[in-house]
Ligand binder design. Structure first.
Ligand SMILES: Cc1ncc(COP(=O)(O)O)c(C=O)c1O
Length: 365
């Protein structure tokens, strides 16, 4: 291919790499011929999708030739009700990643910058550089976002701050007080995106109360997802909560039918499936203790996590351990991309999945 066309790439895209998703079960079965592969690679819900959401699938057959509701009215009503905010406070996205991208497209351009922690969720860099802007990274403190020092890294060009709370891949969190103090210091012209993809898993008393912050700060955008606790990663639904004028701006650049009919309908039901949510939190808390204990007893250094995964380090190279585990039918994640070359991230699975992972790991240590 002629390189002429590539010379015309928008600034920032040249040194980006495509987001590397976790390996799929089908790929690993095809490559290694295992019959039973355990996937603990993408922080999905090991209990599967909300059963109530699954039960409505057949009913959707008659609507599939029609465009989805471009306003997402019913789903936004359900979310508003669940979050105890107004309808106009909500935007829905094709996964919460789309909301992150809309925020970047609305506020970033080649003359601007965004700020995020080092080792923070990879999509912040992708959406920032895709908009031609540059990402300023703030060093972590014990692997957590060091929000106290964020203000020192803001430049006059900074338009967006991304905070993953909890963060992926570290599993660390920031307290309400920490986020509140940062918001008080940040100029009100800078958008603060508080990414709460793992919100429901967190059981810490001092964890952020995003809606309290929303009442105080007009420059705050909270994002949440149906991909994690609701077990609906494949249908791609997430949402943003912010003051109505910010939501209106994001809606101007949103694709008209960004969330499909199946996704909207399933999400409407999943958000009210309290039993599935309860069971998912309970399983995660119980298996977190179990896995953390076992990994620590194997001499591995685990970063304490409040989410549904654990990132740990041992006497190995992450990428090699990832390959070796895959050969044994267990898919985890290497976190090279995050500059954590001697770490592995494992999603907390069911007890059976975790035992299979632990036994494969023990054979390799
Ligand atoms: C911190 C964080 N934010 C956002 C997302 C995006 O989730 P989705 O686009 O599936 O809603 C993820 C996915 O892993 C994540 O870890």
């Amino acid at each position: 291919m002629s390189s002429d066309i590539l010379n015309n790439l928008n600034p920032g895209i040249e040194d980006l790499h495509p987001y590397e998703p976790g390996r799929s079960i089908d790929e690993v079965v095809a490559e290694f011929g295992h019959h039973q592969v355990v996937k603990l690679a993408s922080n999905e819900n090991p209990l599967g999708a909300s059963p109530k959401a699954l039960s409505i699938l057949a009913r959707l057959e008659n609507d599939l030739h029609l465009y989805p509701d471009g306003n997402g009215t019913k789903l936004k009503e359900e979310i508003a009700n669940h979050e105890n905010v107004a309808f106009d406070n909500i935007i829905i996205g094709n996964g919460s990643n789309e909301i992150l991208e809309l925020a970047a497209r609305a506020f970033l351009n080649p003359k601007t910058s965004s700020v995020a922690s080092k080792h923070a969720f990879a999509v912040y860099k992708i959406v920032t550089q895709s908009a031609g802007a540059s990402l300023i990274e703030v060093p972590t403190c014990n692997w957590a976002h060091d929000l106290k020092s964020f203000e020192n890294y803001l430049e006059s060009s900074t338009r967006v701050i991304f905070i993953a709370n909890p963060n992926n891949p570290t599993g660390t969190y920031n307290s309400h007080e920490e986020v509140h103090s940062l918001l008080k210091k940040v100029p009100s012209s800078v958008l603060v995106v508080l990414d709460c993809a793992y919100f429901e898993y967190v059981t810490k008393e001092d964890y952020v109360k995003p809606l309290d912050l929303l009442n105080e700060f007009d420059n705050l955008l909270i994002t949440k997802t149906f991909s994690k606790i609701h077990g609906l990663a494949s249908i791609r639904v997430g949402y943003g909560i912010a003051n109505p004028s910010l939501i209106e701006v994001l809606n101007r650049i949103r694709q008209p039918f960004n969330v499909n009919t199946i996704a909207q309908a399933m999400a409407c039901v999943a958000i009210n499936d309290h039993e599935h949510i309860r069971q998912s939190i309970e399983l995660n808390s119980e298996q977190y203790e179990f896995l953390f204990d076992k990994l620590s007893k194997l001499g591995l250094e685990c970063i304490p996590s409040v989410a549904n995964f654990i990132t740990f380090k041992g006497n190995f190279i992450g990428q090699e351990m990832f390959n070796n585990l895959m050969e044994k039918g267990v898919i985890v994640r290497s976190v090279d991309l995050y500059d954590m070359k001697d770490f592995i991230r494992v999603t907390i699975g069911t007890e059976t999945e975790n035992l299979k992972f632990l036994s494969a790991l023990e054979e390799l240590l």
